[in-house]
Every structure is written in structure tokens, then in C-alpha cells.
Design a protein around this ligand. Structure first.
Ligand code: AMP
Ligand code: GLY
Length: 423
């Protein structure tokens, strides 16, 4: 089988790495991929924003399955374009991708599915949003409705901050059209868990839970990033809670989407808040694999990953699939360019990747670029190291030992990934 992977991050590297382990997969193409994927994937010279040309390429190369990494092409309708050409693609339709593309849409689908979410309201008129703020207790959460590159959520500690956030989104348009509509929500307290499921329209196979570290600095300080590290499993989140999440979140959402004429095929990623009384709330949905969640989940996945995505893409039932996970824990630590998530410099040589790593320790590239067999930084999140260990402590130690072998100017990583697991 020939697979095409769309995207260039650590997530896409991990997807390609796992798919390459399937006996069915003979060739993997990447559009555009990164320096680490170049070793075992064939790079595609098509502008990744040009969805129609990607479909023409897939047709010409007789690609058997296209797997989409990031949300943007999904929200722009890549799945519809591929399907119209009779091509198999793993990822939701443009309409179904609104589960990530619009917070308001998500709130409506949750409400129709009987899923608990934070109390809140949607606004399109700024005066009404500002009037609503007068009646709130603080903190409150202000969310741009549309895609805002992970920056659209503000936790406002007081009324003045909330007013500023509403004005920034609706008046100043700092998120462009994504802020034409906003959601104001109650602030929920608890811990967050990422639960991803592989969906075939009717069935969901729930993957092992993981936990992200969104802030740039240790102890969850500083601005939000795409994610600075993850671990899996999440000891605080029990198998019963995972099953509950499947039964009370994923299954009802799939049913609602089907009833609305938008069967959901692809990864549905629920960002959950587990409240202090253990009740679970959906904070958001993403319509794709998480980054860096995928890098901590896939090393533990045992089985034919391609087979599962292939069947889901064809809309086949997945009820007979029972997943096997390595007993070991995985800790993934992201190394970023100094300055990220703000501005940063690129083009520094990355050294130390030619030395052997410990067993079950993998480097997933993201912002890396290969030039004549030398690797250079080309992005904010540069690479991640994911290690399996008998427990989170051992996995963490292995990832940090490996990071000590790697060097580039301005290399930065958090030193506390997985500490909040309390193990
Ligand atoms: P998002 O950009 O939608 O991934 O949201 C970013 C982060 O905002 C989430 O991971 C949470 O940490 C936080 N967040 C979103 N909604 C709420 C809420 N209602 N209460 C508390 N934190 C929230
Ligand atoms: N790591 C969070 C995300 O992928 O959205």
C-alpha cells in the first residue's frame, strides 16, 4: 500500500513511523514532511496549501490512503476534494471538521448529544458580550469561535482583562474573522486529559489517554504553546473514566453527527477537564491527532495502525478491534527554538542525532530541515524525544538523557514533563 501523509510536524513524523511498521505499507509520501521524515518517506513537491494539486498527485501516484495531520486542510475541505476524486482519505469532511473550526458549533453538537460542557454563551454582537461580562464572576474564559492557531483562548482573571479580550477579538480583530463570533465560558478547575479516538462514522476506537504541557515554562508558567511535552498513560485517569468517555462523549457525538448528515470519519480528539469531583467536561474537540500527544501514544500502540486507519476511512465497523498497549509508559519532551512561542531564529545546525539512542527512545522531528546530510532548525518546535520506560519516572529519565546528547543553538525544553502525573 502507498500512503500519503499531509503535514510537517512531530505528529506527522510519529504517524509515518508507526505506519511504516505495518507489513501492508510499502511506500510513504510526505507533503511536505521534515528533515527526519526524509530518511524513510518520499517528499512531495506540491504546495501543501494547494489541496486540488495534492489530490491530483495522489491520483497520479495511486495513493491507497492519505492521512491528514493538521486541522487547516481539513477545515478547508481536503477530504471532500479527495473523496470527489474517489481517493481514500483519513480525516473528516469540511462540515464535520467544524467540530474544531467553530467552538459554537461544538457547543451545539455537545448540547444535542447530552454532553456536559462549561456553562457559557456565544456572541456575535460586542455590546451584548460586554453586557454579559458585567454579570459574571471571575475568572472567565473568552474563546474566538474560529481557528486561531491555538491562541484564541484567553483566561481573563478579572472584568478588565475580559473586556480587553472581547475587544481584541471582536473590535481589533487580532484573530481575523475567527473572532467575529466569540464564546464566553465559565472557568473550570481540574486537570486536563487528551483522549483521541479513531472514528469510522459509526464506531469509535478510543486510544490510550495522554496529558499535554501547554505552557512554555516549567510548572505551567508563561504563554501557551502548541504543546511542550506529553505522557501516556495518565495514572489519575482510570480505565473506567476512559470507558465513560467513550460511552458518554464519543459515541453520542458520532450519533449526532450521523443524524445531522455529517458522518465523522477521522480522529476525534477530546480535550477534557476532569473536575475536582471527578466529573468530566469537554473543553474542546480537535479533528486530528494531537501534537505532541501522538508522539507519546503511538510508541505504546501495538498492532497494525495502518489497518485501523484504512478501515476507518472506508467507514467499516470497528467494533471487533481491541487495542493492545505496551505496559510501559511513554514520556515525550519537545525541544524548541529559544523565543518560541514568540519570534525565534532558524537555521542552526542540530548535532548529536547521529549517536545511537537508548532502546525504545525515538526522536521525532518537527522544525528540522536536511541540507546535504546536515540537519538545521526550521521551526519553533524543533524535535521531540519520546521514550518508553517501565514507569513514567524511567521514561522521563530516558528522554532527558537523550536530550543531553542533542544540541542546537538556543535549544530549550521544559524539565518537568510528567511530574504532574504525581508518580
Ligand atoms: P484551546 O486553544 O481551545 O485548546 O484551549 C486552550 C486551553 O484553554 C485549554 O487547554 C485549557 O487549558 C484552557 N481552557 C479552555 N476552556 C476552558 C475552561 N472553560 N475552563 C478552564 N480552562 C479552559
Ligand atoms: N497538543 C494539543 C493539540 O494538538 O491541540
Amino acid at each position: 500500500m502507498k500512503v500519503l501523509i499531509i503535514g510537517s510536524g512531530g505528529r506527522e513524523h510519529a504517524l509515518a513511523w508507526k505506519l511504516s511498521q505495518s507489513p501492508q505499507v510499502k511506500e510513504i509520501y510526505c507533503a511536505p514532511g521534515n528533515g527526519g521524515m526524509r530518511g524513510f518517506c518520499i517528499p512531495v513537491c506540491v504546495d501543501v496549501k494547494d489541496l486540488k494539486s495534492l489530490a491530483v498527485f495522489a491520483q497520479k501516484k495511486q495513493i491507497d490512503l492519505t492521512v491528514v495531520g493538521p486541522e487547516d486542510p481539513l477545515v478547508e475541505g481536503i477530504s471532500d476534494i479527495f473523496k470527489a476524486k474517489g481517493l481514500l482519505i483519513y480525516g473528516p469532511s469540511k462540515n464535520a471538521a467544524m467540530l474544531e473550526g467553530s467552538k459554537d458549533f461544538t457547543r451545539q453538537i455537545c448540547s444535542r448529544s447530552g454532553i456536559k460542557i462549561a456553562e457559557g454563551r456565544t456572541f456575535t454582537v460586542i455590546s451584548q458580550a460586554l453586557a454579559y461580562l458585567d454579570k459574571q464572576s471571575y475568572p472567565v474564559v473568552i474563546k474566538a469561535d474560529g481557528l486561531a492557531a491555538g491562541k484564541g483562548v484567553t483566561i481573563a482573571q478579572n472584568h478588565a482583562q475580559a473586556v480587553a479580550a472581547v475587544k481584541d477579538a471582536m473590535e481589533q480583530k487580532i484573530f481575523g474573522n475567527a473572532g467575529n463570533k466569540i464564546v464566553i465560558e465559565e472557568f473550570l478547575k481540574g486537570y486536563e486529559v487528551s483522549v483521541l479516538s479513531i472514528c469510522s462514522g459509526t464506531d469509535a476506537v478510543v486510544l490510550a489517554p495522554s496529558q499535554d504541557h501547554k505552557r512554555i515554562f516549567d510548572h505551567d508558567k508563561g504563554p501557551n504553546t502548541g504543546g511542550m511535552g506529553t505522557f501516556s498513560p495518565v495514572p489519575a485517569f482510570s480505565p473506567q473514566q476512559l470507558q465513560w468517555t467513550k460511552d458518554h462523549i464519543f459515541v453520542p457525538v458520532l450519533k449526532t453527527m450521523l443524524n445531522q448528515g455529517m458522518p465523522y470519519i477521522g480522529t476525534l480528539f477530546a480535550g477534557l477537564m476532569v473536575l475536582e469531583d471527578h466529573d468530566i467536561r469537554v473543553l474542546e474537540f480537535n479533528v486530528r491527532f494531537g501534537d505532541p500527544e501522538t508522539q507519546a501514544i503511538l510508541p505504546r500502540f501495538q498492532g497494525d495502525f495502518f489497518e485501523m486507519l484504512y478501515r476507518a476511512s472506508k467507514g467499516e465497523p470497528l467494533t471487533d478491534i481491541s487495542l493492545k498497549w505496551a505496559e510501559e509508559s511513554c514520556v515525550c519532551v519537545v525541544a524548541a527554538s529559544s523565543g518560541y512561542p514568540g519570534s525565534y531564529k532558524k537555521g542552526f545546525e542540530i548535532k548529536g542525532l547521529d549517536q545511537p539512542l537508548e532502546k525504545d527512545c525515538t526522536v521525532f522531528h518537527a522544525g528540522t530541515e536536511k541540507k546535504q546530510d546536515r540537519l538545521f532548525t526550521s521551526g519553533g518546535r524543533v524535535l521531540s524525544v519520546a521514550s518508553l520506560g517501565k514507569d513514567l519516572k524511567e521514561a522521563k529519565e530516558k528522554s532527558y538523557r537523550a536530550l543531553k546528547q542533542i544540541h542546537f543553538d538556543g535549544m530549550y525544553y521544559r524539565t518537568d514533563i510528567s511530574d504532574k502525573a504525581g508518580i
